[in-house]
Design a protein around this ligand. Structure first.
Ligand code: SIN
Ligand code: MN
Length: 212
């Protein structure tokens, strides 16, 4: 496994970039998430197939991921029918820089931003609803986290494969690409009061940038 300062290869094609964002960039990202999240097309708490409410709040940019159909669409048809806001250039630029640091060229057109309250979590899943060609060639997913630290589990290609836990702290970036693009992953727990006090955020924002 490769390990250079600031870039830890945790599996082939999966990279952890601890403290990628400066304190100032973290604060700026929290402000952006709050701005975007309080617009009329802001965060909402999705209900998945089967009727269970997710333990996070979601806001999609660029395209909406429909938690009922597991498909991307231009409007939030599972919720309020509103048109999904565009993916702002300042956010996609950061994601592109992260990918470059991990050795990939990446131009995202979607961001799914999730707000995890202190008891938030996200079950084990694969990100496999993007275009089949995107998945086939392993175009990266770039993730940015701010606020409380998350226990992030990374598994294999099958749900039952063994998992390992990585702590994603405020300012950390993660890249899942190539042979790791379809690994199962999830967030079983957020560590309370673990984020930088200056962010004034009792929870966590995570943004995953994708290419449809
Ligand atoms: C996701 O899997 O979509 C989000 C992962 C995270 O919150 O770190
Ligand atoms: Mn995911």
């Amino acid at each position: 496994m490769n390990s250079a300062k600031g870039l830890v290869e945790i599996a082939p094609g999966a990279y952890h970039l601890p403290s990628y964002l400066t304190n100032q960039e973290q604060l700026q990202l929290v402000i952006r998430c709050r701005e975007l999240g309080t617009q009329p097309t802001g965060f909402y708490r999705p209900t998945v197939r089967g009727g269970t409410k997710m333990r996070i709040e979601m806001l999609c940019l660029g395209r909406h991921w429909n938690p009922m159909t597991y498909r991307y669409e231009p409007n939030r048809s599972d919720y309020d029918g509103k048109a999904v806001p565009p993916l702002p250039a300042d956010l996609s630029t950061i994601a592109g820089r992260v990918a470059t640091a991990a050795g990939f060229l990446f131009e995202p057109d979607i961001c799914i931003s999730n707000y995890y309250p202190p008891d938030g979590r996200l079950g084990l899943h694969q990100d496999k609803d993007e275009h089949p060609e995107t998945l086939r060639v392993g175009i990266p997913i770039v993730s940015l986290s701010v606020g409380n630290t998350a226990q992030f589990v990374l598994g294999g290609m099958r749900r039952k494969d063994p998992t390992r836990t990585i702590l994603l702290a405020s300012g950390d970036a993660l890249v899942l690409a190539g042979p790791s693009r379809l690994r199962y992953h999830g967030v079983p727990r957020i560590l309370s009061e673990s984020g930088p006090k200056e962010l004034n955020l009792n929870g966590r924002f995570n943004l995953t940038f994708r290419r449809y």
